[in-house]
Write a protein that binds this ligand. Structure first.
Ligand SMILES: Nc1ncnc2c1ncn2[C@@H]1O[C@H](COP(=O)(O)OP(=O)(O)OP(=O)(O)O)[C@@H](O)[C@H]1O
Ligand SMILES: Cc1ncc(CO)c(N)n1
Length: 269
């Protein structure tokens, strides 16, 4: 049977991030994509113009509908808006025993718009971290979750380990914001056994809208297909790098990556 994969997150009307990016990614990676919408955003490549949370009832109903009919092979969470919605989502994941779980602890959009309320962060740590097989913070998110400033590679490893100690089984600390390595995009994976660095070329492009969403969806799809974590992260990193390299020029701001490049038989001519 084809793996069935779930994203619990916010939508992006601009199509490059959030649930739209997740479903495009799942489709290109040959898994069946499903979604629980936590909030609708009015958003484009220039920024976030509005956030419209769905009711708790609507979120719970979507989770029940999925649990009632599908076998979830792997799932991810993205923008969860506030503490109440984080709790609702965590309760559902626990109740329906959905796993493996990839948590993308979305806090701030590329343009600086806050996508979750500050008190949601405490709730993510308390309710979601202990359920996470993998959490994928970017540098500012890792600084918040580890309660430390990150300047060096050593800081990255230390922060990843600290976040693991707070309950996540593994941490992928993304280096999109790392100013120390201008030519490389380096991500640090901490598991209970070891630290592994994943390094790729950094492309000098403004078109990186939705890279985090796409990366966590790629990893979720690989886990759903039975891949071990480190292999799944390597595949995801390779594919994301290709999607950034081939970003289409869409919109007038930070454009999306090329989800078409994620196909195994992608044609770049
Ligand atoms: N210019 C770039 N070239 C190549 N890889 C990049 C570039 N920018 C980011 N990446 C990679 O993209 C992934 C996402 O990293 P980043 O730290 O930007 O996440 P993010 O801030 O959560 O993204 P977003 O909020 O846009 O979804 C990481 O694997 C990172 O190394
Ligand atoms: C809905 C949504 N989720 C996540 C991000 C982070 O890229 C975004 N910009 N929008």
């Amino acid at each position: 049977m084809r793996p069935q994969v779930l994203t619990i997150a916010g939508t992006d009307s601009g199509g490059g991030a959030g649930i739209q990016a997740d479903l495009k990614t799942f489709e290109e990676r040959d898994v069946f994509g499903m979604s629980v919408v936590v909030a609708v955003t009015a958003q484009n490549t220039k920024g976030v113009q509005g956030v419209y949370p769905l009711s708790i009832e609507a979120i719970e109903a979507q989770m029940r509908s999925i649990a009632d009919d599908f076998t979830v092979s792997a799932l991810k969470t993205g923008m969860l808006v506030d503490a109440e919605r984080v709790e609702t989502v965590a309760d559902g994941i626990r109740r329906f025993v959905w796993r493996p779980l990839v948590v993308d602890p979305v806090m701030v959009a590329k343009g600086g718009a806050h996508l979750v309320a500050p008190e949601a962060i405490e709730s993510i740590i308390r309710n979601l971290l202990p359920l996470a097989d993998l959490i994928t913070p970017n540098t500012p998110e890792a600084e918040v979750l580890a309660e430390m400033t990150i300047r060096s590679d050593e800081d990255r490893e230390k922060a990843a380990k600290k976040i693991m100690m707070r309950g996540a089984r593994a941490v992928l600390l993304k280096g999109g914001h790392d100013k120390n390595h201008p030519d490389k995009a380096r991500d640090c994976l901490a598991t209970k056994d070891r630290i592994t660095w994943f390094t790729a070329n950094r492309y000098p492009t403004p078109h990186t809208h939705g890279t985090g969403c796409t990366l966590s969806s790629l990893i979720t799809a690989e886990l759903a297909k039975g891949s071990p974590l480190e292999k799944g992260v390597q595949t995801a990193k390779d594919l994301l790098t290709r999607a950034i390299a081939h970003a289409p020029e869409i919109g007038h701001g930070h454009g999306p990556v090329s989800h078409w490049s994620l196909r195994s038989d992608a044609n770049h001519d």
